[in-house]
Design a protein around this ligand. Structure first.
Ligand code: BGC
Length: 247
């Protein structure tokens, strides 16, 4: 199946047509900056822009940086608060004139990694964490996604973990890889004590620098970098179309 996958992030909105059988992009990615404030109207306009860039008239699937159930948005950590309670599916369908599927962005990235990347063929408990503008998580047991886990918001040293260990914090505070790895390690260690995953996949913007921080991590679980880099969110959103129970 061919689906236009769109990854809606706190910083950029990227899309490309995806072949869901092979997990490959059928065209160059197209990217627009996430508008500020990131209101429903403004983001829906960007989605429509991506759709018209590809002259797309078929199904679209979006990874979205919030809890999403049946197309409705429930949280808004890095997007405008007016998203809470918004029916994103109806809004995107109206603006783009395409049938839309919306799921959490980290869940989307996780689906792609489990099918075509670092989690391929892996059973047991797999935890995917994405370090970008926020911290996203996706949890799989024997390959089955447990959707909408929001483990980026557990409390560490009295703060939302996301305020301490995102890639954005690393850049804003000009942390060295060693300093940042310590924060990530403390975060993963806490998650490990709660969930005991067999495998942790690290994705998001920082994953392309995996060699600079993964060797410094002390968690017991095997930790590997995501393999699909900035394509995971696009490919995974498209894959969600194949799992009707997820949306
Ligand atoms: C949101 C999650 C999202 C993550 C990554 C967090 O702030 O609460 O839903 O998956 O950022 O974008």
């Amino acid at each position: 199946m061919h689906v236009l996958g769109i990854d809606i992030g706190g910083t950029g909105i990227k899309g490309a047509p995806v072949d869901t059988d092979s997990g490959t992009l059928l065209d160059e990615r197209f990217r627009v900056l996430t508008p500020q404030p990131a209101t429903p109207e403004a983001i829906a306009d960007c989605v429509a822009e991506v759709v018209s860039h590809f002259n797309w008239a078929d199904r679209i699937a979006c990874g979205f940086p919030a809890v999403v159930k049946k197309g409705v948005v429930y949280t808004a950590a890095n997007i405008d608060h007016s998203w809470i309670g918004t029916d994103a599916k109806s809004l995107f369908e109206e603006k783009s004139r395409c049938k839309a599927v919306i799921i959490n962005d980290a869940d989307a990235a996780g689906l792609a990694e489990m099918q075509f990347g670092a989690g391929r063929g892996r059973d047991g408990l797999v935890l995917m964490t994405t370090f970008g503008t926020g911290i996203g998580t996706a949890l799989f047991y024997d390959g089955q996604l447990i959707p909408n886990t929001e483990l980026g918001h557990i409390e560490i040293r009295g703060k939302d973990a996301e305020r301490r260990a995102t890639d954005r914090v690393r850049i804003e505070k000009d942390l060295s890889w060693k300093q940042w790895a310590k924060r990530v390690d403390e975060y993963l260690d806490r998650l490990e004590k709660l969930l005991w995953p067999d495998l942790i996949i690290i994705g998001g913007g920082a994953s392309k620098h995996a060699a600079k921080f993964i060797p410094r991590l002390t968690v017991q679980a095997e930790v590997v970098p995501a393999q699909m880099l900035n394509e995971a969110g696009i490919v995974g959103a498209a894959l969600a179309v194949l799992s009707p129970k997820l949306h």
